[in-house]
Design a protein around this ligand. Sequence first.
Ligand code: FES
Ligand code: FES
Length: 155
Amino acid sequence: MTQKFSLNVNGTTQTVDADPDMPLLYALRNDLGLSNPHFGCGLSQCGACTVHINGAAVRSCATPMSAVGDGKVVTLAGLGTPEKPHPVQTAFIQEEVFQCGYCLNGWVMTTAALLKDKKNPTDAEIREGLSGLKCRCGTHMSILRAVKRAATMMG
Ligand code: FES
Ligand code: FES
């Protein structure tokens, strides 16, 4: 049975009719037309669906609507704009990280949350912080360079 949920997404409040168990990812993509969070595994194992809730990186495929409450949801589209990109977005572009780009959302959103909490992380801390993410195109070394570039920009 569906119920009404008020979602605060990228600074605006929008109402979605949904089953309480429905993943937040479906509301973002199908009801609100926000296509940056991607469906990868649907099992919390790849990170393609990552968004921020109250500043923390969470996997929206494994976050039921009933768990969002009045949390502030930010998607990649809310992190920065083409005119005013977030430093992580700028760094990933400058390092020409992506190939197919399917995983992009997860790496950028997780990196942004990581660098907010940890300035100038070591390589080991970056690897640990991003360890649950997958890129099937094998861009991991350029991702590492981009994260370090973003850390310098944000430091
Ligand atoms: S789609 Fe959510 S973690 Fe893979
Ligand atoms: S760039 Fe293709 S999956 Fe990561």
